[in-house]
Design a protein around this ligand. Structure first.
Ligand code: FES
Length: 225
């Protein structure tokens, strides 16, 4: 066989050297890997910088609409047929007809700045139910805050009275100031009685209470703004 070398036009007939083709494949593989890593870096950068911006924009733009969609009682404490600052506390059937005060939490959904906080306890009251008078259920509500300096009272079955643990004030089941033996009573007034919505009580069998916080340390009940 005649070996033809160096003649123009015969290059296509020759096989490329094996190490040269491997080198070319390595370069192509390296280029693909570089492209892959660059693409990954670009995507990661986009996620880190763009996603928080979109979330912030979404929150900023939609919060006013979300607030409008909330039922009224979520924002103002009112519900259909209920007055301002009235909160649903319990079904009437949940309160035994024995005149014994029982503690209930006032729970409400709140919008605080950008945050929606569902089912948040905002205070406590005592409810007691007497025998119905034949016309409507008899439910009485008292604020659980001691009017002296704001501690929370508890009802003592043994003493048959509300007792404050801070400075020994005591109150009867009717919320009146009383002097238990061995206890002084620095409270300037009786427990703060809260308004129960009689209409909701009679028609829906639900206890709705106008929950108002009053200033402590005063003889008169002055609502806080
Ligand atoms: S806070 Fe209740 S007695 Fe002082």
């Amino acid at each position: 066989p005649v070996e033809v070398q160096g003649e123009p036009g015969n290059e296509a007939l020759q096989d490329p050297p094996q190490d040269a083709s491997e080198h070319a494949e390595d370069r192509q593989g390296g280029a693909r890997r570089n492209f892959f890593w660059e693409l990954t870096a670009v995507l990661a950068g986009a996620i880190v910088s763009v996603v928080p911006m979109l979330v912030g924009l979404y929150t900023f733009l939609l919060t006013p609409f979300r607030k409008k969609q909330l039922p009224l009682n979520y924002e103002t404490g009112t519900g259909e047929g209920a007055g301002a600052n009235e909160y649903f506390v319990a079904p009437l059937d949940a309160i035994p007809v024995d005149g014994m005060p029982r503690r209930f939490e006032i729970v409400a959904d709140r919008v605080d700045g950008w945050n929606f906080i569902p089912h948040r306890p905002i205070g406590a009251i005592f409810l007691s139910r007497q025998q119905d008078d034949g016309t409507s259920p008899q439910v009485v509500a008292f604020h659980a805050t001691c009017p002296h300096a704001g501690c929370t009272v508890a009802f003592s079955v043994d003493s048959d009275a509300f007792l404050c643990p801070c400075h020994n004030s005591s109150f009867s089941k009717d919320g009146e100031k009383m002097d238990l033996a061995g206890r002084s009573n620095p409270s300037p007034r009786g427990l703060d009685k809260l308004q129960v919505n009689q209409e909701k009580l009679a028609s829906d069998g639900e206890v709705w209470v106008e929950y108002v916080n009053y200033y402590t340390g005063r003889k008169e009940m002055k609502p806080k703004a």
